[in-house]
Design a protein around this ligand. Structure first.
Ligand code: HEC
Length: 142
């Protein structure tokens, strides 16, 4: 019955000093976990390679009009991946005005909801490039 307890308390001691290499004198494990810089939440989201590629495309093509978390000229993009289908997003981002003129009900709705503000077209971006921007939005804001 003693062994699991011993293992547990040495784990606690290890965790409390961040797995540091200094040998520990026999101290009782602290009652509350110690908040160290290592276990604090990261300030920046961890991005995949695709998300990193998307971030730079986002910064050069989208950031002038969009924040992730609040409205700028266009709406906040956080959550766009769950609000719309990927295929719809790719088409809209490439040329929203063409979709609006063709009568796509969702595109017309977005346009009306944003005081008929025109989003520029992005025909120069490939589907894969737009997908990487969507990955970035997902990883940075969801
Ligand atoms: C010139 C400003 C401008 C730029 C640049 C721009 N957008 Fe927009 N965006 C808008 C506006 C305005 C709207 C809403 C009105 C509309 O439909 O045109 C919008 C709407 C959207 C929507 C729909 C959001 C929702 O929740 O309804 C998405 C998604 C979007 N933009 C993505 C992008 C992406 C990705 C880029 C970069 C490739 C981009 N936009 C670049 C102005 C811009």
């Amino acid at each position: 019955m003693m062994k699991p307890l011993l293992v547990l308390s040495s784990l606690l001691i290890l965790a409390a000093c961040g797995g540091g290499s200094q040998p520990q004198q026999s101290q009782p494990a602290p009652a509350t976990p110690v908040q160290t810089e290592e276990n604090a939440a990261p300030a920046n989201p961890v991005l995949s390679d695709l998300g990193t590629q998307g971030k730079s495309l986002y910064e050069s093509n989208c950031a002038a009009c969009h924040y992730l978390d609040k409205k700028l000229i266009g709406p906040a993009l956080q959550g766009a991946n769950s609000r719309y289908e990927e295929a719809w997003l790719i088409k809209f981002i490439k040329n929203s005005q063409a979709m609006i003129k063709a009568g796509d009900p969702l595109a017309k709705q977005v346009y009306e909801d944003n005081n008929r503000m025109v989003m520029n077209s992005n025909e120069h971006l490939s589907d894969d490039e737009i997908k990487s921007i969507l990955v970035y939005i997902k990883e940075a804001g969801n």
